[in-house]
Design a binder for this molecule. Structure first.
Ligand code: ZN
Length: 202
């Protein structure tokens, strides 16, 4: 899911080069390729960032998207600043202004990079989920087949309800009951503690 979103955003960044695809009368249409011709280094930057984003999406190190997001957001901010102050010179300022809704699209791409970059990793979440060893009662990882404390083989848990599916009413009265449920594969103890904390805060 994250990979699909990552590849999608990486491609969306490349499309920045061609927006706006529609032009407004009289002013004409300008896109990043034309901006490059006007002496703005956007084209190279975007191509490099998009290429890096594809690599990140393929390798799955989504934290890297935060840096891509910073560069993309920085590009938008810097160019809007140049328009605002007029420091880009008349010709380039005119071109930047003609980028129309391309700025909005560009900003949305930056936001998408941040969302994916900051979103929690599914793999990390899974590792964090714990179960209780049936023999020594220590917390062990939900996927463990052998306890790392006592070395005993763990019974196969058929199904663990993810935290998101857990209804608040299902939270057991006490930790002992949660342990029993953990053995039955209905609730991870970590989930139980989280929910219990939420309940006590209310
Ligand atoms: Zn054990």
């Amino acid at each position: 899911m994250k990979k699909v979103a990552g590849l999608f955003v990486s491609a969306a960044l490349l499309i920045v080069l061609f927006v706006p695809l529609f032009s407004i009368p009289i002013l004409g249409s300008f896109n990043a390729i034309k901006l490059q011709e006007q002496g703005n280094s956007l084209l190279i930057e975007i191509v490099i960032c998009s290429f890096l984003a594809f690599i990140i999406a393929i390798t799955g190190n989504y934290r890297g998207f935060i840096f891509i997001g910073i560069i993309v957001a920085g590009d938008v901010t810097y160019n809007l600043y140049r328009i605002g102050t007029g420091i880009a010179g008349n010709e380039l300022t005119k071109s930047l202004l003609q980028y129309e809704w391309g700025w909005g699209y560009w900003a949305l791409v930056a936001i998408a990079f941040f969302i994916i970059g900051f979103s929690k990793d599914e793999k990390t979440e899974r590792i964090k989920a714990l179960k209780i060893c049936l023999f020594c009662a220590e917390d062990i990882k939900i996927d463990a087949s052998i306890c790392r404390y006592c070395g005993k083989e763990q019974p196969i848990i058929e199904k663990v309800i993810p935290e998101s599916e857990l209804i608040i009413e299902d939270v057991p009265e006490d930790e002992e009951e949660a342990r029993i449920l953990t053995f039955e594969g209905k609730i991870a103890l970590e989930n139980y503690r989280e929910k219990k904390k939420l309940l006590s805060n209310e």
